[in-house]
Write a protein of this length. Structure first.
Length: 319
């Protein structure tokens, strides 16, 4: 009786997922998985909004998406964005990018000369700015100077009117009105071709940035997303954790890195364990493994899976 009273109260004042968890007597783990699922659904909703409204400008030279990464020495500079960690995290999934924060150079309130000097060894500079930080008198002079002898890309978030301040900038601009982790994620993936651009300005900002301005791109690399984009509930992948942790517990391996890719989209990427039984350094998703003699198994297995998926191989065919 007391339990039903509490549940009835929760149905009135709490979110539906919590009430469902109580009514079904789910475990805490199941509740967490449900929360992850709803969070991912929310992520996808915002992603679609960001994707349809983020505009790529000044891309006549087709710098974006970045193509040949080998000769690039890339720096990411944050000037005033609250979502630089998300932005830089995504950038580093594609290649090594060094991060700089303008806040560390506030000892000089007249210019970013020291920051500019620290960027001299990089040939490609990505600058994350907001409409507010463009009003910092040090910002635009830095951008104008960087575009002279660097490949400069500006990721701008905030009011569209701030584009007027970039009239003299010829470098590529990714503009989004939204300031959020999702918009930062999208901009970072757009840079490397994990996401595509098709949106146009829906208003005239200036003579240079007229209504309808914008460039289109196509995906050229894998996209990082959530399982729900492919119709897969995140909870369905929880078994991966169990398998990896069981393998480590049984000392079949000291560590593992699991990557799940479907239809050109990465929906799961996680590291488990430590580098060796002696070296207790936690494994990272960027660690490189020497597969040695297991290549015969791993390569053949994936090839057979692909051929089976394409209908070119039947598993019950006599050999």
């Amino acid at each position: 009786m007391a339990r039903m009273f509490i549940v009835n109260k929760l149905l009135k004042i709490s979110s539906l997922p919590i009430a469902i968890c109580l009514l079904s007597l789910f475990t805490l783990s199941a509740c967490a998985q449900m929360a992850d699922h709803f969070r991912n659904e929310s992520f996808l909703t915002e992603w679609k909004s960001v994707e349809s409204s983020t505009v790529l400008l000044n891309n006549e030279d087709e710098l974006i998406p970045l193509k040949d990464l080998m000769p690039l020495n890339i720096a990411s500079v944050n000037i005033g964005s609250a979502y630089a960690s998300e932005f830089d995290s995504i950038l580093n999934k594609y290649t090594r990018v060094h991060s700089f924060a303008s806040a560390l150079y506030n000892h000089d309130m007249l210019s970013f000369n020291d920051l500019n000097d620290d960027l001299k060894f990089y040939n490609t500079i990505i600058v994350q700015v907001t409409d507010q930080s463009l009003n910092d008198p040090r910002t635009i002079p830095l951008l104008l100077d960087l575009q002279i002898n660097k490949s400069l890309i500006v990721s701008l978030s905030g009011d569209a009117g701030s584009l007027k301040l970039l009239e003299n900038l010829n470098s590529a601009i990714i503009w989004s009105e939204r300031k959020s982790a999702v918009s930062a994620n999208f901009a970072a993936q757009l840079l490397f071709g994990g996401a595509a651009s098709s949106a146009r300005l829906n208003q005239a900002i200036s003579g240079k940035y007229a209504m309808g301005s914008g460039f289109s791109t196509i995906p050229i690399r894998l996209k990082y997303t959530v399982p729900e984009e492919l119709g897969i509930n995140t909870a369905a992948l929880s078994r991966i954790d169990d398998i990896a942790e069981e393998a480590i517990r049984q000392r079949a391996t000291p560590s593992a890195v699991v990557l799940v890719v479907k239809d050109g989209k990465i929906i799961f990427n996680k590291a488990y364990g430590t580098r060796t039984y002696i070296d207790r350094t936690p494994t990272r998703i960027t660690d490189i493994y020497d597969l040695a003699s297991v290549t015969k198994i791993s390569a053949t297995t994936m090839a057979v899976m692909r051929l089976y998926e394409q209908g070119k191989l039947k598993l019950d065919t006599n050999v």
